[in-house]
Ligand binder design. Structure first.
Ligand SMILES: [Zn+2]
Ligand SMILES: [Zn+2]
Length: 304
């Protein structure tokens, strides 16, 4: 059995892309996480980090002739999580299949929102002009998507409360609607396979005593990738008030990791104002509070 379960950070910069000499070690691309499980490709968010992934997929496709199949899950549709999508090269190949999932928390359907972001005159190509086969599916809080690890495609989508046969050994993706991010909140995803689990909780702000729903959702995860845009000093500084912006501090992220008993914590959505040294500082602060923690770096791979 192919039991590969790897998670690659493709982009971990928050709010807007910040390339340059000051962000060279952690990277300047906005949010995108590549998850490979057996023969299945799952992409969490499509910030500018998705662009290089797309180029690599196309290169491989050209050398092997194997069509590209990707399952893209959006946490929410803020610009820094969608802006790479129009530049995702596989989307322009007729042989590509894209299964796109995202929140139903917006008054417009996900497909309208994605199409709107690419509408002329803002962008030269429309969503439907991308030649790939695209299935767009809205998800709700509590939903579960089963993906076939060997075909790499969605098999079943179960809404909250429906029974699912766990003996299938599918990849199971679950949705938690987090409410602590402006205008509609975000979707937190867990991806589980073969006894291993990762949770992706970006663009979320902590609560006093920890986000109890998230703690329950992330219980026992091998890997938790959690928002940590701010140090506490920035968050509470009256000159730079950040409360209510929908992002966490080191303490908030560590609190969830500890209470959920996760194996490893990776801090993401780095503030675009923070250079590499400032992110190093955030990492040292976190290491004082939790053993297995680090700041996300573009290109870092976690094998579960
Ligand atoms: Zn964001
Ligand atoms: Zn956001």
């Amino acid at each position: 059995m192919n039991d590969l379960f790897s998670v690659t950070i493709r982009g971990c910069r928050g709010s807007y892309a910040k390339p340059g000499s000051q962000t060279i070690r952690y990277g300047g691309n906005t949010t995108c996480i590549e998850v490979r499980i057996a023969d299945c490709l799952i992409i969490l968010d499509a910030g500018t980090g998705i662009v290089s992934l797309g180029q690599e997929l196309v290169e491989k496709h050209k050398s092997t002739g194997v069509p590209i199949v990707a399952n893209i899950f959006f946490t929410h549709i803020h610009h820094d999580h969608t802006e790479g999508f129009p530049f995702f090269e596989p989307a322009y190949f007729q042989s590509t299949t894209l299964n796109i999932f995202g929140p139903n928390t917006f008054s417009k359907a996900l497909i309208d929102v994605l199409s709107h972001a690419m509408l002329p005159p803002y962008f030269p190509v429309e969503f439907f002009e991308m030649k790939s086969k695209k299935q767009v599916q809205e998800l709700s809080d509590g939903d579960m998507v089963a993906l076939c690890p060997h075909k790499g495609v969605p098999k079943e989508i179960h809404t909250h409360g429906e029974k699912y046969d766990r003996s299938n050994n599918d990849i199971i993706l679950r949705v938690l609607h987090g409410y602590s991010h402006p205008k509609g909140g975000i979707y937190i995803y867990s991806v589980a396979y073969n006894g291993k689990k990762m949770v992706f909780a970006t663009d979320t702000e902590g609560y006093t005593g920890g986000d109890q729903r998230l703690i329950r959702f992330a219980k026992g995860a091998d890997l938790l990738i959690h928002d940590c845009q701010f140090t506490t000093e920035t968050y509470v500084n009256p000159a730079t008030p950040r409360q209510g912006w929908g992002h966490s501090t080191v303490e908030m992220a560590v609190d969830v990791a500890k209470k959920a008993g996760v194996g490893r914590l990776v801090l993401t959505h780095h503030d675009p104002n923070d250079n590499d040294e400032k992110v190093d500082m955030k990492e040292s602060q976190a290491k004082e509070l939790f053993d297995s923690v680090e700041c996300a770096r573009e290109g870092a791979v976690y094998n579960l």
